[in-house]
Design a protein around this ligand. Sequence first.
Ligand code: BGC
Length: 702
Amino acid sequence: VATVTNVSANNNNNNNKNLATDPWMNAQSSPEQRARILMSHMTSEEKRSMLYGTGDGEKHANYVGNVPAIPRLNIPALKYNDGPQGFRDNAMLGSTTAWPSGLTVAASWDTETMRTWGEAMGKEFFDKGANVQLGPGVCVARIPRNGRNFEYLSGEDPHLGYILVQPVINAIQGQQVVANAKHYVNNNQETNRHFVSENVDERTRFEMYYPPFKGAIEAGVGSMMCSYNKINHIWSCENNSTLMTDLKTRMGFKGYVMSDWGATHSLSIEQGLDQEMPLNKSFNQESLKTIPQYIIDDTVVRILTPFFQVGTFDNPNPNEISNNVTSVEHVEIARELSENSTILLKNDEEALPLKAHNLKVAIVGTQAWNPIVHGGGSGEVVPAWVKPPLWSICDILGVERIDGSTSGSSNCNAGNGNCVTYYDGTDSPPPSVSSEFDAAILFIQTTSSEGSDRTNLTFGTSQEEMVTKWSAVEGKFFKKILVMSTPGAVLTPWSDRLHGMLLNFMPGQAMGDAITNVIFGEVNPSGKLPLTFPNKENEQEMTESQYPGLDNAGNATYTEGFFFGYRWYDKHKVTPKYSFGHGLSYTTFSYGKLSISGRTISCDITNTGEVYGSEVVQLYVGFSDQKFGSDQREEPVKQLKGFEKYYLSPGESITATLTLTDRDLSYWNVDSKSWSLKVGKADISVGSSSSDIRSNGVMNVQ
Ligand code: BGC
């Protein structure tokens, strides 16, 4: 791992400014006031030049998106870079840290983990000289096969995204880097992403798809990216009702909207687009002259304000894109983030954790040697080096490292009785395997990429065969453990024949040590599924009209409304393979009786097991048999409206206290165009997953 060079200098240049000539440098004024003053000093041409990009230019001279500086007024160049899970530098691979992806850290269900992730990424962006991070990705996962689900930190639930996005925005912007919540909105499939129309009604948009963006707004996000798709037949980047009415007026977004790369179709500034990226096809010096000056002025203020807000003017960023900004410390943070996000799906007979003593273990599958740690596309970060899990396991067992590049097996012993043998999994397991080994750890992975959806939810023929064969091995004392790295939901038809199953989604470059620490109990897993794992393909029976859409996929219509993910499973009384919110621990937790006082729900939680661990207490609210709004729409059985992660020593108890806001108990009223309280009887349930409810109660909402 390379060392850090040339990192951020926190040189506060503000003192050197002459407030008489540069009155916008008066830090007593608000960011918006300063932006307005600066704007008033700009020529019309300078103002227009802020409304489009100049491409990505020469490698290492420029970033993914660039707006030139205006030196006359000390306005720095605006430098944008991908992506939502780390700085993508294709010209200098390995110079940044490959962090766990957005969906991955969402599995922590932990705001502190999210903050750490945002802060570490933001620091690398700053140290690379960028002042905008093109992330986080926050779309709600409607389609299990969506190729970009791995990037999005909301999983399948709007409230999860609403809560988790906030610390990320605060942390990125705390590093003097403007965050960018994307892709606004309903960018829920990659199939035909450049022309599909996502046809979704207003109430569904407000209740299911806007909340993560609203969370970003509440955290003060500086920018948003409008998406490639259309919404209700109108391009996202020229959609007056989603941009102007919903985002800027109803949700109160004060920052600026940039287009996704090439997603601008017209000079749509009056519809709510502020900046074309990466070039100037529709927004350019000539075309913008046709726009009333006051509109241009407001747009310039929207663009400048976030840079005042994060400190770009007060502490100009002195860094270069050629800096090598990853570090040993950051790889350690990447490891902790992956540990906090690892999910224990199954643990029969307490097969896990394995004991690192007198252990004879077979490690199976090329993912153990050459792991894929990220999804593909603009969100991909290629790390300098990934320590293979095979080596991490050898290290923890005190065994000499095995070269997994040769097919077949090799093995290694150590003094303390441990023995590791590696199989790449192409051949059948040797007949003696269950008597020779105490355990087999199978590593499998599947990935996905921007630009296309997954064609199925399997791991592909060869890996499926490998798991089928190895999971069929029987032996009285032989434990079968599976580690899966996936970009979203997968099918696990062989799960009954495995003792333990761990999932780390797209875990980032430190996955080897992270998963090893979990397997051997150095870390007690505490991740929870941010989306449902189905029993079979298209279990929710989406029609072609819903996905990928009719008219050659030109129209995808959201007739399911609220009913996707766990809301669909609850409604249809189908038990999913692994439920939303599910995740086991090496300890156990008991839940006491609920007490409800006003809007506050409390419940005692006790660590009833032997080891330190953490539990995500989940609060679901339902309004069964009640209907609200002029559309009298059926309510979901229950919806996540609160959660908190508690850390407890063996025997320790804590009173979990969760408070519901008016918004949590409201529906989007399409007549009044505002949130209306669901006056009635709310079913309150608290539990360890959406299908493991431990305590119930009723709240009268009035
Ligand atoms: C992606 C964006 C990305 C942009 C710039 C687009 O294809 O959809 O997420 O930020 O490219 O690379």
